[in-house]
Structures are given as C-alpha cells and as structure tokens.
Unconditional design. Sequence first.
Length: 178
Amino acid sequence: MALREGTHEFGPDDGRLLIMTSRSGLGRRAGHDLTIEATRWRGTAVVGGSAEESSVEVAVDVSGLLVREGTGGVLPLSDADREQIAGNLRQILRAAEHPEITFRSTGVTGTPERFTVEGELTIAGRTEPLTVTARADGDRVKGEATVTQTRWGIKPYSAFFGALKLADDVRVSFDVAV
C-alpha cells in the first residue's frame, strides 16, 4: 500500500523513534546495550506524486531522550543508571547549546513502498549527510539509519579507562503511522 499524497505531520503519539547502542572493548560484558527512545520529537513528510517530489523533516528534543532498556551487563540496569546515562547523553550532545537533533531530506528515491531518503543530520551543531532506508507497511512507515558518532565529532562514551565503550555505530529506527 502506497502512502497517500499530501503533507503529513507526526510525532510520539504516532509512533516510536528509537536509538540502539552496542558495546565494544575488553570490558563490554560489564556494560549494557541500550535502547533509547525519543519521547519529544516532531516530523513533517510531504508525499508527492513521485519520490523526487517528496521530502521529510524531523526534529528531536535532546532532553526527551530516555533510556528504555539495557540488555546484557553484569547487573541489571537500575533507575539511577538510567538517569546517569541520560545526563551523560545530554552532556555529550551538548544539549544546553544544541537542544535539538534535526534531519532534513535532500532527496528521495525509490518506489512508494520502498524508498531511500538522503538528507542532512545535525547533531550538536554539526551537519553531515545521512542515508535512511524506509518502507511503507499499510498506514505505517518503518525505517532505519546508522549514525557513526565520530562523523559528527562525538567521542563514543567509555568507562573503566576505555575497557568498556560504546560502539561508534548507533542504529536509529522508526515506526510511524502516517
């Protein structure tokens, strides 16, 4: 089923925007693979008669990033751990200076059912190109992209003198009703 033409606005009431991290380093067994949910975000998609006539913009409030799940690790993820991780995340992303992460498409290719969105992702004031793959599934759009933190000048979080660190690649996925 193809998306209907027009302008569509969406946000957390319409679906989920998730960020998944993984661990690396010698101490990776001690840490957690995290699922972080954007709880405050908004998006607009313009669906044209063809992919080339379509566009999308998304803005995510950095202070609305919440740790939903932590898998692996020696100990379960506590509420205090979640709060500490959220604080670290706001600091790493320099939320006081750059309260939003934004994505703006520069081109869309493909079919109404499966498409690729090329665009510019801005994190902590730095803009770099990003490719998002997506598909229409009934009245929903599902997709994902890989964000390599160092491309945006972000040093992946590390602890225990670097023995435990987040992998450089972070997976972003979404599932939104339009």
